[in-house]
Write a new protein. Structure first.
Lengths: 301, 433
């Protein structure tokens, strides 16, 4: 798309927050239910690991204690019309979600190299009381019948991350975490106090004690070995950026909120552009930080 | 002091013979470790375990899997030693069960579920020549009648002789194999796709799997030291040695059972499960389970064929060898062999209502010799991948399998399909349409 073709009217939504990813880690198989060879686990009575990226808290799965508040939200919603810039207050603070059980689809390197995996499916929803917008980004627009495991590698890479990079500064600026080891040490102290208290309670809550015992054991491994992935992986960043060309759904007063109608085409002119990164991976609480922006063209009036 | 001709050749032959035995031993024990690990229960709903015990078992399984992975590394080191001295890789081994006299490990080889007896056998496999810790010695004397560590240190002695021979033979007569026939760990799956792993990523050891290049006496003896130190320990108490790790599990298991006689950590998996009769083994009769077991066995055999080809390739290019590497390790080991082995321990060995479970048999349904002609070998591999894909989906679609394991069987089938596609793309031939 040349500058001349670039739509004059654009909606740009910035978002960020912590998400939850309850996934097994290499060299466990990607569908390992409890974790054994990698460094992530389901403990006690927690449900099996399911790999789903949850941008919003779910009643189906627990959020581990002393972690991060799960929830990705719009931090800035701005409408550009030529040289005019205006805030879209109705979308500021809107919840950002990925629908359909999205997963990082690497499958132990069979689909893509590590760090280049796409999120499948990618169905973005941004919703507030006034307006909810949804758009899908199918992997293969030309032939949606091809199953994931038979997709050509270039199709997977087009929507995949652009490698894994070690970026402590990016993580620090985004999350305020500049010392991951300290975070792990403070977490460990909290969990040890919780475990002592849990053991004193009558009757004892066996699953709770098992969860705390497991988390303490794994955090201790990470703290004792600075090269271990339990702590070292917290400074890595995976960046994504691609066009969204799938179906669009809008609920609410679109014209009233946006002052126009979102473009919906499946060609270059109708593409929405999404850019984001995931990082600050915290394997103890199975969470990562999610930061990005959606750039969607729309027609005025 | 190096040996003159013809003693050097005789000793060289002895070294090759010992390395073949070492390859069989490493392969043999790693299958037994993987089998025992796969039998551990993972859910409270399976019964016989509390949440606290499950947490303990989670750590036991992690340890067993880590030790098994290191045994794969040891098999790789032994194979690198074989190819470094110009000998063929060796991936064959006796069928399970095998009596103690078959391999120099002075213990029967059998696929048995996790138990005190099984773990004690693993402790014996990894026994050092001397026990530096008197508490360990006293504990083992209490567990084993007439205990003497020298009755069980055959693997240690095997590697000690290997090291003596490596030091005795003149290097020009010894290290005659092509370096390209060794596998040296350095991000194989990533490198195979022509990409770097990203800024700041450290090459070398992969998940604790470290295979050094062997080019001379020093690197060869260091590799042997690595195997011994990781397995039996370095002559002093080494808490990370396989011996120490298995002994710790045994102590914990005995203590847990003593405090809770109802504790049953393993699924009711039969010993030495197979789909065909063999004296001492258990023949699986459940038709649906047999189909899953046959899929496992074919996948295992094809993985071995890939490994043989990788270490003993003929005129393959570097890129083609990288394809073999990229398919053997993560895809086949991690996404086919491992999940199928765990699924099998949840499937009925006999009737659907009977309690006995099956398990992976680690049987070769076909010969796994080196195929000498590259084009035919690759074509043969392509046909095997196509067959695996076909059987994978047949098993995934089999409604006779219990519902809880079907999603995992489906993913195995999809992975086999992807592996077939990747292989065909690599060789530029569509084996099946």
């Amino acid at each position: 798309m040349s500058d001349a073709d670039y739509p004059a009217a654009r909606l740009i939504l910035q978002f960020e927050g912590w998400c939850q990813i309850r996934q097994a880690t290499d060299p466990d198989p990607s569908d390992e239910p409890r974790g054994s060879s990698g460094y992530t686990f389901a403990f006690g009575d927690e449900p099996d690991l399911d790999r789903i990226i949850r941008l919003q808290p779910s009643p189906e799965v627990p959020v581990r204690s002393h972690g991060w508040p799960i929830g990705v939200a719009v931090t800035s919603a701005v409408r550009y019309e030529g040289t005019t810039r205006s805030s879209v207050d109705a979308l500021t603070g809107a919840k950002v979600d990925l629908l359909g059980g999205p997963k990082l689809e690497n499958r132990n390197f069979t689909l893509t190299p590590v760090g280049y995996e796409p999120i499948v499916p990618f169905e973005l929803e941004i919703g507030s009381a006034a307006l909810t917008i949804r758009r899908k980004a199918p992997l293969n627009v030309k032939d949606p019948t091809v199953p994931l495991w038979l997709q050509p590698e270039d199709v997977l890479l087009a929507q995949g991350a652009n490698g894994m990079n070690f970026e402590p500064e990016t993580i620090g600026k985004a999350t305020g975490i500049w010392d991951s080891r300290l975070v792990a040490e403070e977490r460990l102290a909290h969990l040890q106090r919780d475990l002592e208290a849990a053991r004193r309670r009558e009757p004892p809550n066996d699953p709770e004690i098992a969860i705390l015992t497991g988390r303490i054991a794994e955090l201790t491994i990470g703290i004792d070995d600075p090269t271990d992935r339990r702590v070292a992986n917290r400074y890595w960043v995976e960046r994504f950026g691609f066009d969204m060309l799938g179906d669009v759904e809008v609920e609410g007063d679109e014209k009233g909120v946006l002052g126009g109608t979102l473009v919906r085409g499946s060609d270059d002119q109708g593409a929405w552009h999404v850019r984001f990164f995931m990082g600050a991976w915290d394997p103890d609480v199975l969470s990562a930080y999610f930061v990005g922006a959606l750039d969607a063209p729309y027609a005025e009036g | 002091m190096h040996l003159p001709f013809p003693e050097n050749v005789a000793q060289r032959n002895r070294l090759a013979e010992l390395l073949v035995l070492a390859a069989q031993v490493e392969h043999d024990v790693l299958c037994q470790y993987l089998f025992a690990g796969a039998t551990l229960k993972q859910n409270y709903g399976e019964g016989g375990v509390t949440y606290g015990q499950l947490e303990q078992m989670r750590r036991w399984k992690s340890t067993i899997m880590a030790v098994a992975r290191q045994e794969m590394e040891h098999l790789g080191i032994v194979t690198n030693l074989l190819t470094a001295i110009g000998e063929a890789p060796h991936f064959d081994r006796p069928e399970f069960p095998a009596p103690a006299s078959i391999l120099p490990i002075d213990q029967e080889s059998r696929l048995a579920r996790f138990s005190e007896r099984t773990i004690l056998r693993f402790v014996c496999f990894e026994m050092p020549a001397e026990l530096p810790d008197q508490e360990d010695a006293a504990y083992l004397r209490a567990c084993i009648p007439d205990f003497d560590p020298n009755s069980y240190d055959a693997i240690y002695r095997l590697y000690a002789e290997v090291k003596r021979l490596l030091e005795a033979i003149e290097p020009p007569d010894l290290f005659i194999g092509p370096p390209s026939a060794q596998f040296v760990s350095a991000w194989p799956a990533v490198a195979a796709r022509g990409r770097t792993p990203g800024k700041g990523a450290a090459p070398g050891s992969i998940y604790g799997f470290s295979l050094p290049e062997i080019s001379d006496t020093k690197s060869a003896t260091q590799a042997v030291d690595q195997v011994v130190e990781e397995g039996e320990g370095a002559g002093e108490h080494t808490p990370t040695s396989h011996f120490a790790r298995f002994l710790a599990i045994h102590r914990e298991l005995v203590a847990t059972r003593a405090s809770d006689p109802g504790f049953e950590p393993a699924r009711a998996v039969v010993d030495d499960p197979r789909t065909s009769d063999l004296p001492g083994a258990t023949t699986i009769t459940n038709p649906a389970t047999i189909r899953v077991s046959e899929l496992f066995d074919l996948g295992y055999a094809v993985m071995m064929q890939l490994l043989i080809r990788m270490f003993a390739h003929t005129d393959e290019s570097e890129e083609e060898v990288a394809v073999l590497e990229s398919l053997a390790f993560f895809p086949l080991m991690t996404t086919v062999i491992r999940p199928l082995s765990e699924i099998l321990t949840q499937l009925p060995a006999f009737g659907s209502n009977q309690p006995e479970r099956a398990g992976p048999s680690y049987t070769f349904p076909k010969r796994i010799d080196l195929l000498p002609h590259r084009k035919a070998a690759w074509r043969n591999l392509g046909l095997q991948f196509a067959l695996l894909e076909r059987r994978g989906f047949a098993v995934a679609d089999d409604l006779d399998n219990p519902e809880p394991v079907r999603p995992r069987l489906r993913l195995v089938a999809e992975q086999l399909s992807r592996i077939r596609l990747t292989f065909e793309n690599a060789i530029g031939v569509e084996v099946t349409s």
